[in-house]
Design a binder for this molecule. Structure first.
Ligand SMILES: *[C@@H]1O[C@H](CO)[C@@H](O)[C@H](O)[C@H]1NC(C)=O
Ligand SMILES: *[C@@H]1O[C@H](CO)[C@@H](O)[C@H](O)[C@H]1NC(C)=O
Ligand SMILES: *[C@@H]1O[C@H](CO)[C@@H](O)[C@H](O)[C@H]1NC(C)=O
Length: 542
């Protein structure tokens, strides 16, 4: 029989009576599972809320200097125009870090004295330069503006522990390429911030520095891996930061901490110095990118971080929002992940309605069926990354075996967090994904999405099923992070946009996705959403 006959035969057999019931039955079982899953989610949240109910309230104190509330580009402009000195700005942010860091544990190492000296040098340079303000803006767009980055991004002389006890005393000997780029643009590095062990978990907790707390509610996580970054920026301890993102590490903490984060199209930012990378890695999902409180800072920061690769982007292009074709998706459809909560759906809906009014073409609801494999696809592509987690945990001195480490952990004798052990279990014990399936599914999903987005399309997508979760609760529902990770698999540019607070006072948000090299579309949409919905809402009284 020819293969088409076989197919026909199969199709006919599906139409026979005993199969007629199959589809509704599947649907029914699926709905039942979704319901059971929601009940489990409620129980988890209830248990955690009992546990955390008596924890004392921590209120982040209000900002005393109005300078600290300004965007990075506005600070840069005021410094260039000599309305304020770089020294005053840098000192202001240092004071703020000293005030708030004891409450949230974001900053893990600092170079305040050196930073102040660099600020004075910038002021001296400004006093004597013959460059015009416009030339300065072009050559040193962030002259005198402080910034921060994570412990895993090398900064000469700063701790570079990767959250590993064995590296407790390790300091970096040179700057990562992205740090060099931002310093060249005039930025002044003030502090480095907390991360999960080796950046691989969705909470910023490790056995070197402990746990970073969410400024909106200290019973919640800041996310990971750029969690220290996002939280110190959210409290106005730093006006801008450099994050890295291999599975949501910029967007997740930006979402949990209510700020903006952009994961650029993969392959544009230099990798040298990021989590021990040499810069020679050929294929990887990781990319560096900006974190900030104001949408207007995203584009100038991105320009700096992509260096010469800027020619691959159209960052100067005029974007007409009326001409963008908007799409949205309400759920990934991944049955292992939680349902998107009502408040998160409404946040997405508000953005959809806004663009419905603005855009010439109606906003289209779409469904990409491959999205339901988000987590599995990321899990497969992580096995193709050029590093070995068990070797990295041992910091190059042999490997960490899950069979030895798990019993040690249970006896309280392990140096590693439970998240790291879970990563080892996932890697070494659970069955692997099928490479042929994973690669073809990825290719299919990508072409499906690109087919819709084209040159001028934008996809609005939930950031996560719910706002910032309780500490440790992610261990019970690790699959939810597929909402971020799928875009690392697809290597698409994504901006995380804050969309106000939920009734519990935690940030809501959405992800704005475009086709490769269309980062400018994501950022233009983010700016519009900030204008319409207010963007960052400070986690302190103003
Ligand atoms: C938390 O405690 C307060 C008073 O101590 C009580 O009124 C409230 O119902 C408790 N909430 C939960 C979720 O247990
Ligand atoms: C933080 O969350 C806890 C537990 O859900 C809650 O009891 C508390 O009221 C929240 N604190 C603030 C400041 O909203
Ligand atoms: C451009 O991107 C590549 C990665 O594709 C990177 O290796 C290189 O360092 C980048 N160049 C600059 C100047 O940022």
């Amino acid at each position: 029989m020819a293969s088409s006959d076989v197919r026909k035969e199969r199709q006919e057999s599906f139409r026979r009576p005993k199969y007629v019931l199959l589809k509704p039955l599947c649907k029914c079982l699926m709905n039942l599972w979704v319901f059971i899953h929601s009940v489990i989610d409620c129980i988890i949240d209830l248990c955690f809320s009992f546990y955390y109910n008596d924890s004392k309230r921590t209120q982040i104190p209000t900002v005393k200097e109005s300078l600290l509330m300004e965007s990075a580009v506005s600070l840069a402009e005021r410094i260039r125009n000599k309305e304020v000195s770089a020294e005053v700005v840098v000192q202001g942010f240092i004071n703020r870090i000293c005030e708030v860091n004891p409450l949230i544990n974001s900053v893990v190492d600092e170079r305040y004295e050196v930073a102040l000296q660099e600020a004075r040098d910038a002021d001296t340079f400004l006093a004597s330069t013959t460059l015009t303000v416009d030339e300065l803006k072009l050559q040193k767009p962030f002259l005198g503006v402080p910034f921060s980055t994570k412990d895993s991004t090398a900064v000469k002389g700063m701790h570079h522990t990767l959250g590993l006890v064995s590296r407790r005393n390790v300091k970096a000997t040179e700057d990562a390429d992205v740090v060099i780029l931002l310093k060249k643009a005039g930025g002044i590095l003030v502090a480095v911030t907390n991360i999960p062990e080796y950046n691989l978990w969705c909470e910023s907790r490790n056995n070197v520095y402990g746990q970073t707390l969410n400024p909106y509610n200290t019973t919640r996580t800041v996310g990971g891996s750029s969690g220290g970054e996002a939280s110190i920026i959210a409290v106005s301890g730093s006006p801008m930061g450099i994050g890295t993102d291999i599975g949501g590490s910029i967007r997740m903490p930006a979402f949990y901490c209510g700020i903006f984060g952009h994961k650029p199209t993969t392959g544009l930012t230099p990798l040298k110095g990021l989590t021990k990378r040499t810069g020679l890695e050929e294929t990887t999902m990781v990319t560096a990118g900006p974190l900030c409180r104001y949408a207007q800072d995203l584009l100038p920061l991105l320009k700096v971080l992509v260096g010469n690769n800027i020619s691959q982007l159209q960052l100067e292009a005029e974007v007409s929002l009326n001409d963008i074709q908007f799409f949205y998706m309400e759920e990934s459809g991944d049955l292992r992940s939680s349902s998107v909560s009502e408040e998160m759906r409404q946040a997405l809906q508000r953005a959809v309605s806004h663009f419905q009014d603005l855009s010439k073409t109606p906003v289209q609801k779409v469904k990409f069926s491959g999205m339901r494999y988000s987590f599995k696809l990321w899990r497969y592509w992580m096995t193709r990354e050029p590093f070995d987690f068990s070797k990295e945990l041992a910091d190059g001195k042999g490997t960490v075996s899950v069979w030895k480490e798990l019993p040690k952990k249970l006896l309280g004798q392990s140096d590693f967090t439970f998240a790291a052990i879970m990563n080892l279990i996932n890697r070494d014990i659970l069955p692997q994904e099928n490479p042929v399936w994973a690669e073809s599914t990825t290719e299919h999903l990508l072409s499906e999405i690109l087919g819709k987005l084209g040159d001028n399309g934008v996809l609005l997508y939930p950031s996560h099923p719910f706002p910032a979760v309780y500490h440790y609760s992610s261990l019970l529902r690790p699959f939810n992070f597929g909402y971020w990770a799928v875009f690392n698999v697809l290597k698409l540019p994504v901006t995380q946009v804050p969309m106000g607070l939920c009734k519990d006072g935690l940030p809501l948000g959405i992800q704005v996705v475009a086709a490769p090299y269309k980062d400018h579309l994501c950022i233009a949409v983010a700016k519009e959403l900030q204008k319409a919905f207010g963007g960052w809402v400070p986690p302190f009284p103003v």
